[in-house]
Ligand binder design. Structure first.
Ligand SMILES: [Zn+2]
Length: 470
C-alpha cells in the first residue's frame, strides 16, 4: 500500500512525463503491426517486427538494455539481478476494419481520449508498463529486486511468440499482463475444441437434405445457418419453421428454388465463452430439420443423432454427458460454432470452455465416446487446461489493494471463460488496462484509451513494482 507521500511523488512524476508518454505511444501506434506470415528472419512479418524495433528504440532511449528473442519478443530489465516481477504486453494489433472516423495509425487526442489502433490493446498498456519501470527506477532507487518488461509481437494470432522467449529465458515468480481488464483476472477456464465428422453413401430417397451449413469460426455463436431440401416446398416447411421461430424467439425464413426449398435460421452472435448471451443458428436449424418429413436414410439418422448431442439451449454439455462445474471457476460452456453437411458426410466443431474441475476429468474420452455412440467420429487433439492463481496469494492481494488505492474502486479477482496472454504462465494474472463500465472499442473501430486511464494504469504499475520488488 502506498504511503500518501509516495503516492504524491508518483502523481507528480507522471504529471511531468505525460506529454513524453503520449508522444512515445503515438510513435508506436504509427506502425501498422498486424502479425502476418514469416518473412526472412521475421517470424510474424514486417509489421510485427517493425513495432518490436520501434519499442526497442523507445525503451533504449530511457537507458534500459534490451534483449530480442527470435525477432518475436523483446525484454528489458529495470536493474541487474534475477527478476522478481514481469509485466507482459504486446505490440501487434488486429486489422483496423472499416468505419473509423480518424486514421487508425495516426494517434489523435479528442475529448480526453487517445484514438488509434492499439491504444487500448495493447500498445497503450505496454507504454504504461514501460513508464512505470522508468518511474520506479527513478523514485525508488533502493529496490533490490529486478522487474522485467516483456513485449510480444503475435498475441493476436495465437500467442506463439512466447515460445521464442521460453526457448531462451524463464519467467519470474510473479507476472502480470496488462492485456485484459481491471480489477484483475486470476482464473481463466481451459479450452477444448473437438472436431466431429462422418461420411456416408449418398442417399437418393426424397425428400432429402442436399446441404446444410452454419458458422465459420468456432469461437463465435453462429448468426445464421441454412439448408437446401430437395423434395419439399416452402409451403411444406412453413408450419415447422414458424413454430420454432416463435418458440425460440428468432427468425427462420424459407423460399422455393429450382432444386428445392432453402431454409435460413437466424441467431445472435456472442463470444463462445458465453454462449447463453447469444442464440445459436446451428442448433435452431438442426431442430427444424429433424422435425421435417425427410425420407429415412443414414444421413438423416446421423443428423438426428447429432441434434440429440447438441440440443438447442444446452450450453453446458448436459446431453453430451460432460456437464461439470466448481465454485471457483463456474460451469463448462459449449458452443456449436461450425457445422457442414452435404450428400457425402458432415463435420463440425465445438468450442468448450472448461472449469478447473474439468482438468482432472477424462473430458476428451467422454466427448469422444458420446460421439462414437452416435456413430460420429470425434477428433480430440487440442485440450488446454484451465489457468489459475489463488485469490488469497500475496501477489493478487497486493495488486488489488493498489488498484483500490489509486482508483477508489472495489478490487475483486475475476474468473473468465476467455483466454488472456497470461494463460499457462505459472503465477501469471491479467491486470488492466480496461476499466469496468467503459468500452474502449478493442478489436473494433475507433479504439481509444482515456489519457486519465493511461496515467492511472501507469501509476498503479509503478506502485506494484515498488511494493513487489523491495
Ligand atoms: Zn491484446
Amino acid at each position: 500500500m502506498a504511503s500518501n507521500n509516495m503516492k504524491e511523488i508518483i502523481n507528480s512524476w507522471f504529471d511531468a512525463h505525460k506529454d513524453e508518454m503520449i508522444a512515445d505511444l503515438a510513435k508506436l501506434i504509427s506502425v501498422k503491426s498486424v502479425a502476418g506470415a514469416p518473412k526472412g528472419d521475421m517470424p510474424y512479418g514486417e509489421g510485427s517486427y517493425e513495432a518490436l524495433m520501434t519499442a526497442k528504440e523507445i525503451i533504449e532511449a530511457k537507458g534500459f538494455g534490451t534483449q530480442v528473442y527470435g525477432n518475436a519478443v523483446l525484454s528489458a530489465d529495470m536493474n541487474v539481478g534475477e527478476a522478481q516481477l514481469a509485466m507482459l504486453a504486446h505490440v501487434d494489433v488486429v486489422p483496423e476494419g472499416v468505419g473509423w472516423t480518424t486514421d487508425p495509425y495516426t494517434m489523435v487526442e479528442k475529448d480526453g481520449a487517445l484514438y488509434g489502433r492499439g491504444t487500448s490493446d495493447d500498445k497503450g498498456p505496454a507504454i504504461a508498463a514501460l513508464y512505470a519501470m522508468v518511474a520506479a527506477r527513478e523514485l525508488a532507487p533502493e529496490l533490490t529486486k529486478n522487474c522485467r518488461l516483456i513485449l510480444g509481437s503475435a498475441e493476436e494470432t495465437g500467442m506463439g511468440d512466447l515460445h521464442f522467449y521460453e526457448k531462451e529465458a524463464t519467467y519470474p515468480p510473479m507476472v502480470f499482463s496488462p492485456d485484459a481488464d481491471f480489477p484483475l483476472i486470476n482464473i481463466e477456464k481451459g479450452k477444448f475444441g473437438p472436431d466431429f465428422y462422418c461420411d456416408w453413401v449418398e442417399s437418393t430417397a426424397l425428400p432429402r437434405i442436399v446441404f446444410a451449413q452454419g458458422g465459420s469460426v468456432s469461437n463465435i455463436v453462429p448468426r445464421a445457418a441454412d439448408a437446401l431440401i430437395e423434395g419439399l416446398t416452402a409451403e411444406d416447411v412453413k408450419p415447422m419453421c414458424d413454430e420454432f421461430a416463435s418458440r425460440f424467439g428468432t427468425e427462420i425464413t424459407y423460399r422455393d428454388t429450382d432444386r428445392g426449398v432453402i431454409i435460413t435460421a437466424y441467431g445472435v452472435a456472442a463470444h463462445a465463452s458465453v454462449p447463453a448471451n447469444g442464440l445459436n443458428a446451428n442448433t435452431v436449424l438442426l431442430t427444424v430439420l429433424t422435425h421435417l418429413p425427410i425420407a429415412e436414410s443414414e444421413p438423416f439418422y446421423r443428423l438426428k443423432q447429432l441434434a440429440a448431442l447438441v440440443p438447442h439451449g444446452d450450453f453446458n454439455g448436459t446431453a453430451l454427458g460432460i456437464n461439470c462445474k466448481d465454485e471457483e471457476s463456474g460451469e463448462i460452456s459449449v458452443n456449436f460454432g461450425i457445422f457442414k453437411f452435404d450428400l457425402h458426410g458432415m463435420s463440425g466443431n465445438l468450442d468448450m470452455r472448461t472449469p478447473i474441475c474439468a482438468d482432472s476429468m477424462p473430458l476428451a474420452k467422454m466427448t469422444e465416446s458420446a460421439f462414437r455412440k452416435a456413430g460420429i467420429n470425434c477428433n480430440v487433439d487440442h485440450l488446454l487446461p484451465s489457468h489459475s492463481v489463488p485469490a488469497e496469494s500475496e501477489f493478487v492481494k497486493t495488486l488489488l489493494a493498489i488498484y483500490e488505492d489509486y482508483t477508489g474502486l472495489p478490487g475483486e479477482a475475476l474468473s473468465i471463460g476467455g483466454l488472456t496472454y497470461a494463460h499457462g504462465i505459472p503465477g501469471a494474472v491479467a491486470f488492466g488496462c480496461s476499466f469496468p463500465g467503459r468500452d474502449p472499442g478493442i478489436h473494433g473501430i475507433n479504439e481509444n484509451f482515456l489519457v486519465d486511464e493511461l496515467l492511472v494504469s501507469a501509476k498503479i504499475f509503478t506502485q506494484a513494482i515498488i511494493d513487489l520488488c523491495k
